[in-house]
Design a protein around this ligand. Sequence first.
Ligand SMILES: [Zn+2]
Ligand SMILES: [Zn+2]
Length: 140
Amino acid sequence: MDYFFLFASSLVIIFALMLFGKYKKTLQQSNQKNDNLRTQKNEHGAVEFVRCPLCSTPLAKNEDMFSRIYRPMTTHDQRMTVHGCPHCYPRPEPGVKRMCPVCGKEVPLEGELIARLFNRTEGKKHVMITGCTVCYKGRR
Ligand SMILES: [Zn+2]
Ligand SMILES: [Zn+2]
């Protein structure tokens, strides 16, 4: 009787271990997927994904935005233009739309976003999108 009890309980333990292993594996897989994506901390200190300001696709660590920075790096307020990310420039992927976060209109492929880049004293860069080539026209 004691032996049977021992056998039964060891079976339960093995089963539990198997379940845990499976759970751990799926956990690792989802972590790996997120590890490839860029994250940043927002003003509230929460971690969020770095998304393309045009098509809002989360960017992977090996993906860079196509952008151009004007004026020397020493100024605190630089002008910057953003053409897009590898998902929406030079050719948008199927289903990917290039939208301006300011006016909400579609930005043509030859269009770009205009942004201001603030070099903060603590070494952090802050990008503020001021508009696209369509809605930025006329105001300066
Ligand atoms: Zn994009
Ligand atoms: Zn716009």
